[in-house]
Design a protein around this ligand. Structure first.
Ligand code: AMP
Length: 540
């Protein structure tokens, strides 16, 4: 029998310190770009762990972060779990009510806060029931003025630490290491707790050659926020593997992302489609050297086929579509072509790349249709269910767990088809599918088709109630800058007609200035549906 050594996160930061002390973390904060070696990051991480202990943080205590992607947040990513506490990353774009709810629900004992987010916390401070220490993540000279007691400066705490701290060796691999709340359709956000073991195994999956293949040779730029499913786990894998990191900091623009990729010779970057649509526009308008990029990882919502084509064929940048959720750490499937699929035509290959991909090793999936498991024929739809060592087994102290977690499986609420090759395609969220005359219409398919039109920047399709057909689709489109006023509805219908059955075509196409988005940059279909339903009833 093999040894039972625990899969804990301490081995990750220790490995970076021992094997990759010279490798770099480039960090952009409110005060500019700084460079650190992993040696320095590892030392500072231990100082932070020691400071938290001095402030009374014990094993199992939750420590919240309200921060952008930068080196101090990276240090918190390891100092908190490696000392036995729980890293609770808080989505700073949520409403103050939801932020108050999740801090109280998680029972955070301390908060690490970016200076620009501090005013928000100051306003709601009296409603926070468990927080004993507020640590502002900036240099001493950048401290905001405040009347709150128990406010500490991050750099001062690190200076005052002895530097003799060592991580405990007896952490349990099944102990909680992190947590993150995901927005619910209705009601308060739901908490997901990540174990050390889950994070270690998920990081291994990110390193697999047919997955994201994160390695020491990479320079990784996580654009996806560190408060959105741990920046998809990239910072954990990067530190463990000695990958250089580029952290883009607050309020970045597509221009800044393009400049960082060029200047730092980034090889892999990750973000939601909205980010990549913005970058594409920047690349179309200005010249950058993007030749270092080997992979643009895209997930969070469906990557439009037209966008993948533009990245790959117009700009020569390899694109990689992936799917996951907060509940799944997040990586579940990833679109990497099989060896024999490389022989296909470029259009056929694009069709495959536009699908979300195949299951990563280590997980199990099933597709539950109307009458049991759906067949893998690329046509029959069903709800995707998943299980595995980095999949949550329930929501944190939440009665809503039973809706999604049944018989040892996570029911994702995503409707999918799987083809004969095992490639999964998201058809829709269960609640976003459009049911017209008893048949399903995929809003995602219509959106993808519209976004392939040269004049369209973004498109979202939602349903409106219909007396005869129950529901009908309405398309909302945002035109690219130079095309405003030049494209008619009729032209867009002519473009869609050859691609879809007649009954799939939207009942109307509405031109909009922008499509409402969620806190993590996805289409906010609920709000859009309300807007469209109000607009269409006003028209009647
Ligand atoms: P979140 O927990 O905020 O990351 O949201 C997870 C949800 O985002 C999933 O359940 C899917 O509905 C959606 N999603 C994630 N990745 C993709 C993708 N590649 N294509 C389509 N939808 C996606």
């Amino acid at each position: 029998m093999m040894m039972q050594t625990p899969l804990t996160m301490t081995q990750m930061i220790r490995r970076a310190e021992k094997f990759f002390p010279k490798k770099e973390v480039v960090s952009r904060t409110g005060s500019g770009i700084q460079r650190f070696t992993y040696k320095t990051i590892a030392e500072r991480t231990k100082r932070l762990a020691e400071s938290l202990q001095k402030l009374g943080i014990k094993r199992g205590d939750k420590v919240g972060t309200l921060a952008w992607n930068h080196h101090r947040h990276l240090e918190a990513y390891f100092a908190i779990p490696c000392s036995g506490a729980v890293l609770h990353t808080i989505n700073i774009r949520l409403s103050p009510q939801h932020i108050i709810y999740i801090i109280n629900h998680a029972e955070d004992q301390a908060l690490l806060i970016d200076p620009d987010i501090f005013p928000l916390i100051e306003k709601v401070k009296d409603q926070l029931t468990t927080v004993k220490a507020f640590i502002v993540m900036c240099a001493e000279g950048e401290m905001p003025e405040t009347t709150i007691e128990s406010v500490y400066n991050y750099e001062r705490l690190l200076q005052e630490a002895s530097g003799n701290y060592e991580y405990p060796d007896d952490l349990d691999e099944n102990a909680p290491a992190g947590m993150c709340y995901t927005s619910a359709t209705t009601g308060n956000p739901k908490g997901v707790v990540y174990s050390h073991r889950g994070i270690v195994l998920h990081s291994m999956a990110l390193g697999m050659a047919d997955s994201a293949a994160v390695s020491e040779k990479d320079i990784a730029l996580p654009v996806v926020p560190m408060f959105h499913v741990n920046a998809w786990g990239l910072p954990f894998a990067a530190v463990w593997f000695g990958t250089s990191l580029v952290l883009p900091g607050p309020y970045f623009t597509p221009k800044l992302i393009a400049e960082l990729i060029e200047a730092e010779k980034v090889t892999i970057t990750a973000g939601v489609p909205t980010i990549w649509l913005g970058l594409l526009k920047e690349l179309d308008e200005n010249n950058y050297d993007m030749s270092s990029l080997r992979s643009v990882l895209c997930g969070g919502s469906a990557a439009p086929r037209g966008m993948i084509k533009a990245f790959e064929e117009k700009h020569g940048i390899p694109f990689m579509h992936a799917y996951g959720m907060t509940e799944t750490s997040p990586l579940v499937v990833i679109s990497s072509l099989k060896s024999y699929q490389e022989e296909l035509s470029s259009e056929e290959k694009l069709n495959i790349k536009a699908m979300q991909g195949i299951l990563v090793p280590g997980l199990e999936m099933k597709v539950v249709g109307k009458d049991g498991e759906a067949s893998w024929d690329g046509k029959e739809m069903g709800e995707l269910a998943i299980r595995g060592p980095w999949i949550a087994s329930g929501y944190y102290r939440d009665e809503r767990s039973d809706e999604a977690f049944r018989d040892g499986w996570l029911y994702t609420g995503d409707v999918v088809t799987v083809d004969e090759e095992g490639f999964m395609k998201i058809v829709d969220r269960t609640k976003d599918l459009i049911k017209s005359g008893g048949e399903w219409i995929s809003s995602v398919d219509l959106e993808n088709a519209l976004m392939a039109h040269e004049a369209i920047f973004e498109a979202a399709v939602v349903s409106v109630p219909h007396e005869e057909w129950q529901e009908r689709p309405i398309a909302c489109v945002v035109l690219k800058e130079g095309y405003k006023g030049t494209v008619t509805k009729e032209e867009l219908y002519t473009f869609l007609q050859p691609q879809f059955a007649k009954w799939w075509l939207p009942d109307d196409i509405l031109f909009m200035e922008e499509i409402p988005k969620t806190s993590v940059g996805k289409f906010l279909k609920m709000r859009l549906r309300d807007q469209v339903r109000t607009m269409s009833s006003e028209l009647k």
